[in-house]
Ligand binder design. Structure first.
Ligand SMILES: Nc1nc2c(c(=O)[nH]1)N[C@H]1C(S)=C(S)[C@@H](COP(=O)(O)OP(=O)(O)OC[C@H]3O[C@@H](n4cnc5c(N)ncnc54)[C@H](O)[C@@H]3O)O[C@H]1N2
Ligand code: MOO
Length: 324
């Protein structure tokens, strides 16, 4: 039960919830903390943030305070590699404790958010998280919420992990660089440094870069040699489009046991290829990877490093939002 009391009459009473001050461009946060015992000198401050009344709460047996609702939801939605702190203004934020890939069970999340007065607000599925990055903010909408709503959240979250943070594996990666202009020394290779930096960011490394020409057999042999040497992944660079010298897709196909896709609905990076040779991922990286900061490669690399096998269906789904 909630009862309104004029602030002038509330001296000595405990605040039932955090009170927020917002000064546009300057501050948004907690001005008074739940549990604070109001003093005479608080009254002008309360009036300044627009509070002429405060609530005095008497919770029924089937009611939860917003802070307790948020904490209970965080306890079930949080999991391995995640942290959360005390509620602020009724909200709890789940954070990642590690660098990893965020997986969101979107269907479960939508089921939770279909429960009236509950809001669980997350980053997108497949987001790369650094330690301390937010996963979601969650809260009950009103100051008090029926316990059965939080129980419904708990039931869903116990059945299925709504959020998972997958750590990245440290892979040993072979690079096959194609193109007569690089082999013959007409230009300096730019792919090596770019892919090295992208891999090192996730804790993986290039074991060797083989520079081959445009001949299918040479590209194929280089991929197969890396596989035989026990590389965890091979990246082929250049020669992915439509010129007569662009032979990389054919060579990858010849070396692969399974081609997921040549071409994907992402720009830039539409000419990218993903295939597997007995479980070892092989990427064909188009020229844009050395030019654009973020391409289809940056969408798929974290997933492969997190140990996921990417399907043709998932690649087709990249078209929505794939214009980067
Ligand atoms: N008519 C069409 N043109 C293009 C298409 C297409 O479908 N039809 N696709 C475009 C897209 S999308 C991209 S991306 C590029 C893909 O290019 P490639 O992967 O085939 O790259 P190359 O032709 O081998 O080289 C392009 C460019 O990049 C330089 N390069 C290549 N490798 C290296 C390296 N290791 N270091 C430095 N520079 C490198 C190369 O010399 C060329 O200048 O094609 C579009 N065009
Ligand atoms: O493979 Mo291209 O990348 O779409 O710019």
């Amino acid at each position: 039960m909630k009862k309104e009391v004029r602030v002038e009459d509330a001296i000595g009473m405990r605040l039932a919830h955090d009170l927020t001050r917002i000064v546009p461009g300057v501050f948004k946060g907690r001005a008074f903390t739940k549990g604070h015992i109001l003093r005479e000198e608080d009254i002008p401050e309360l009036l300044k943030i627009g509070k002429e009344h405060i609530y005095v709460l008497e919770l029924g047996a089937d009611e939860l305070h917003e802070d307790d609702a948020a904490l209970r939801m965080a306890a079930v939605l949080g999991g391995e590699h995640m942290t959360f702190e005390d509620p602020h203004e009724g909200k709890v934020v789940l954070k990642s404790a590690i660098q990893g890939l965020l997986k969101v069970d979107i269907e479960c999340l939508t089921r939770i958010n279909s429960i009236d007065e509950i809001a669980v607000v997350s980053r997108k599925n497949n987001t790369v998280l650094e330690p301390g990055d937010k996963i979601c903010g969650l809260r009950a909408i009103p100051l008090t919420v029926g316990a059965e709503k939080v129980e419904a959240v708990e039931k869903i979250a116990r059945e299925m992990n709504v959020f998972t943070v997958k750590p990245f594996r440290a892979l040993r990666v072979g690079v096959v660089t194609t193109g007569s202009e690089v082999l013959k020394g007409r230009i300096q290779d730019k792919f090596g440094p770019v892919v090295r930096a992208k891999l090192e960011k996730f804790g993986s490394r290039v074991i060797e870069q083989k520079i081959v020409g445009d001949a299918v057999d040479d590209i194929r042999a280089a991929i197969e040699a890396f596989h035989a040497e026990g590389a965890d992944m091979v990246l082929c660079t250049g020669g992915m489009s439509v010129d007569p010298d662009d032979r990389t897709p054919g060579a990858i196909k010849a070396a692969a046991t399974h081609v997921v896709s040549y071409g994907m609905p992402v720009l830039p990076g539409s000419m990218m290829m993903l295939a597997y040779r007995e479980g070892m991922p092989i990427f064909g990286l188009p020229g844009c990877v050395i030019f654009d900061e973020f391409t289809s490669f940056d969408m798929l690399l974290p997933r492969v490093l997190a140990g996921e096998t990417v399907t043709r269906q998932e690649i087709a789904e990249l078209g929505h939002g794939g214009l980067l």
